[in-house]
Design a protein around this ligand. Structure first.
Ligand SMILES: *Cc1c(COP(=O)(O)O)cnc(C)c1O
Length: 855
């Protein structure tokens, strides 16, 4: 039985405190310590108990307290200032890269994600994907990006973790009380909740819509727990990643199809959608159907329009992490939908199949998204490469490096993750604008002017604060288990505020290899028990509720931490969440990460550590593969990016490397102090990583990359395709169909070059060929010299392409093309010719999957 919410009684805020309510309903407070303090300071304990939820906090605050604050001139003055700064922030018109003009108030981009993590008080995230989405919204807000978010509002959100006395993970699912959260239920003119509906195999699923205001950005969250739905459908938004395959399908139908419909109900007409993970791929379908039904476009034109204005980001390098639905299940839910779009069900299924002819293939949401979007990307350079390999079958004729999946590396929202003390330091040295300056490089270039001792003392204070937090949290954990007095007292003394502190916190997924550190327990033990140069560890993380292996790992780790000689130096904190994450990334000296390459798509917690001057120690996977510098000037790498056949052997080698780095590099460097006890060489690395890495791994940079590379081109494309009642979209569709039918008749012959058998580097060679146009216009073809060095088997090891131009008039349908190539390096060098389709409205010549190779 799902509890249906009842209305709650609003507190009586004394009039002078009314601005607090406004501040409470904008999540801007979650990255503005000055505003957070206005709440926290009233009653710090209540603030913590209410999980930093300002609405709940105001509802629970004793009336007497509110009355007395309402008479505090000083407080009211600060409140007024805070309100004015919110006003100023939300109405400012400057920001990042400007978008093409749109109707006033209309967003350009709708961002879709199944989870969002932007505040401790909104537990509708499970991990990296959600936090990333939250940081994306916050940076979009700071940069004034015209974007809205679409998601689901879960009654139970993600589970809370606690451990039994024998360290076995248990899960609790606290119920969210939406009425007491900083969100607003959207209603129509008659005061009734706005509803969207989607069809679930003949049943109608309704959802109401809540709005969470994240700075300038509106996030719309759909909620099915309403009386219009029968019991089993009310549960669609009960749990984040809960339920079986069919429930997942319902959620994804709601997110994708319901999300597009919700935009319409809200009167929003974004030109572009950004789908994150395959979860939201149905949004692409619904847009196509919308353009067919509402705008009268043909299927082909609607598809061109929708795909040319859709961005898809894949976040998972693990095949099992990509949703796949069997065809009979999809048939039940989408047969009518396909008919409505005018396509046979088999053709519909082919949209989600790597091999469209393989009837046994399930519908893969990632494949569907890839095919319904012309801007596809992974979330780090390495992950881009991995994704091209993983999804190569979607573009079967393509050489791997041309598979149209690019890379935009993730980033973190620095103002959210930086410790307030550090932020003050940055204010002084980088200038007050570092938080919102879209040009991160400019702001952070001043990082090396920060005073060494101030930076270090600030960092030490944060370490001390982490130690306090750990003690408090550990005590609370122990009290709830009813442990004895002696242990409770020890908890208050655990960790040393001056010792080298290493943090490790993440999902306990197998590939993250939390156990790597435990492989040689004796060696770990001697590190931890060293009195002269002590090392201590703080751990946190959840295992998926069904992952027995992950739970076992947690148990092993916790039991190791609990040994008599370790317990003062190794601590596992239960229930990893954004608050614990923030304390950890702000207070440790080293952030440790040990994923098995290449299974970490990007990883972001190391970047959160980065903004606080914390150094990273990690395998070369995800973002660290591109961020690490081999001179160790910004942190350390475990290994050199090797990939192994034998996991067991890899773990052995890499754990040894890890201990070696700790013993030989990290510990000596940390304890190498000058006469004022300052670790000069350590501080130099802190400053180098602030200066070199923070600007690159900032969510501002990420949002600007999406804006420049995808959002704006897609918006411009939308404007072009929409002209003259969508005439251009129809033209592009006709052109595409024509090209598809004519393509196989293209021929290339007579590839020739004037190159001598031996030439020197950088000498130009001329290449010519003849192409049988098969009635395709020459300027609709991109003819290229494809050249590069060859390996000993005569295969290209890398490639450069050079465009060729038509030369002279066609003869009997054969057109001569000519171009120049320039070998870059000495060695064996080869070339061939290839053709791609080209059209002014087609942004990426690779998008259609057509290619013709010279023999
Ligand atoms: C940042 C964060 C994550 C994701 O961390 P990764 O390093 O990307 O795995 C997960 N959970 C919480 C609470 C976080 O703050």
């Amino acid at each position: 039985m799902q509890p249906l919410r009842v209305f709650s009684v609003a507190p009586k805020l004394p009039r002078p405190l009314e601005p607090l309510r406004e501040l409470a309903y904008n999540f801007w407070f979650s990255w503005n310590p000055r505003i957070e303090e206005l709440f926290a300071q009233l009653d710090p304990r209540l603030w913590r108990e209410t999980a930093k939820n300002p609405v709940l906090f105001l509802n629970r605050a004793p009336q007497s307290l509110l009355q007395s604050v309402a008479a505090d001139e000083n407080y009211l003055e600060r409140l007024k200032e805070a309100r004015a700064s919110l006003e100023q922030y939300t109405t400012r018109t400057t920001g990042g890269v400007p978008f093409p003009p749109a109707e006033s108030g209309q967003p350009a981009v709708a961002y879709f994600s199944l989870e969002y993590g932007f505040s401790l008080s909104m537990p509708i995230y499970s991990g990296g994907l959600g936090i990333l989405a939250g940081d994306h919204l916050k940076s979009a807000s700071d940069l004034n990006t015209p974007l809205v978010g679409i998601g689901l509002f879960y009654l139970k959100g993600y589970f809370r973790q606690y451990l039994t006395p024998d360290a076995w993970q248990q899960e609790r699912y606290p119920v969210n009380d939406f009425e007491q959260m900083p969100v607003v239920l959207l209603k129509d003119a008659a005061g009734q909740p706005l509803l969207v509906d989607v069809d679930l195999a003949g049943q109608t699923l309704y959802a109401q819509i809540w709005r969470a205001q994240v700075g300038r950005i509106a996030l719309y969250l759909m909620d099915t727990n309403i009386p219009q739905n029968p019991e089993h459908l009310r549960a669609v938004t009960a749990n984040l990643y809960g339920g079986g395959l069919e429930m997942r399908l319902w959620q994804e139908i709601l997110l994708g199809i319901g999300g597009i419909k919700a935009l319409r109900v809200l009167g929003l007409t974004p030109k572009v959608i950004h789908m994150n993970e395959g979860h939201s791929a149905f949004a692409g379908l619904e847009r196509i159907r919308h353009y067919m039904k509402r705008e009268g476009l043909s299927l082909e034109a609607a598809l061109e329009l929708s795909a040319s204005t859709s961005i898809f980001t894949t976040h998972t390098p693990v095949p099992a992490g990509n949703d796949r639905f069997p065809s009979d299940l999809i048939q039940r839910y989408f047969e009518g939908y396909a008919r409505d779009m005018g396509v046979a069900f088999k053709v519909f299924m082919a949209l989600g199949r790597e091999d469209p002819r393989d009837d046994s293939e399930h519908l893969c949401m990632t494949v569907l998204a890839l095919k319904l979007s012309r801007f596809n990307n992974g979330v780090s350079r390495l992950h881009g490469r991995v994704s091209r390999t993983m999804w190569q079958r979607v573009w079967p004729q393509y050489p791997l490096e041309d598979v149209p999946i690019g890379a935009i590396t993730n980033g973190v929202h620095a103002p959210s993750w930086v410790a307030p003390d550090m932020a003050l330091l940055y204010d002084r040295y980088l200038g007050g604008n570092w938080r919102e300056d879209p040009d991160c490089t400019r702001a952070w270039s001043l990082a090396d002017t920060i005073s060494d001792s101030e930076l270090w003392r600030t960092h030490e204070r944060l370490r001390a604060r982490l130690v306090d937090f750990v003690r408090w949290k550990l005590r609370k954990q122990m009290e709830s288990k009813g442990v004895g007095r002696r242990l409770l007292e020890l908890a208050s003394e655990v960790l040393d505020p001056d010792a080298l502190t290493i943090g490790f916190a993440r999902r306990f997924a197998t590939y993250k290899r939390a156990g790597l550190l435990l492989r040689d327990k004796q060696r770990l033990f001697s590190l931890v028990s060293n009195k002269a140069r002590p090392v201590q560890f703080v751990f946190a993380g959840k295992a998926h509720p069904a992952d027995q292996g992950g739970k076992k790992l947690i148990q092993e780790l916790v039991q190791f931490c609990q040994q008599e000689d370790c317990r003062m130096r190794m601590v596992f904190l239960e229930d990893y969440d954004m608050d614990t994450a923030a304390h950890m990334v702000q207070g440790v000296d080293v952030w440790l990460n040990t994923p098995r390459r290449p299974l970490e798509a990007c990883g972001t917690s190391g970047m959160k550590a980065l903004v606080n001057g914390v150094l990273n120690l990690s395998t070369l996977d995800g973002w660290w593969d591109e961020a690490y510098k081999p001179d160790n000037s910004v942190g350390w790498a475990i290994g050199q990016g090797e990939e192994y056949e034998d996991d067991e052997y890899q773990d052995f080698v890499e754990s040894q490397t890890l201990y070696n780095i700790l013993e030989n590099d990290v510990i000596p460097l940390f304890y190498d102090r000058d006469h004022s006890r300052l670790p000069k060489h350590w501080v130099r690395r802190m400053k180098a990583s602030l200066k070199e890495l923070v600007p690159l791994y900032s969510a501002h940079r990420m949002v600007e990359d999406y804006t420049r590379q995808a959002y704006i081109p897609a918006c411009e494309n939308f404007d072009k395709l929409r002209q003259n009642n969508y005439k251009a979209a129809a033209e592009l569709a006709t052109w595409r169909m024509d090209i598809m039918t004519r393509w196989s008749g293209l021929q290339i012959q007579n590839i020739q070059t004037d190159a001598p058998a031996a030439l020197t580097v950088s000498e130009t060679v001329t290449v010519t060929c003849e192409v049988l146009l098969n009635d395709i216009k020459a300027d609709h073809l991109l003819v290229e010299i494809y050249s590069g060095p060859l390996d000993t088997d005569g295969r290209f090891t890398s490639r450069l392409t050079f465009p060729m131009q038509p030369a002279g008039q066609p003869v009997n349908g054969w057109q001569r093309f000519e171009g120049q190539a320039q070998p870059e390096d000495a060695g064996r060098f080869g070339f061939t010719v290839r053709i791609l389709p080209r059209h002014p409205l087609l942004l990426d010549p690779h998008a259609l999957g057509l290619i013709k190779w010279g023999a």
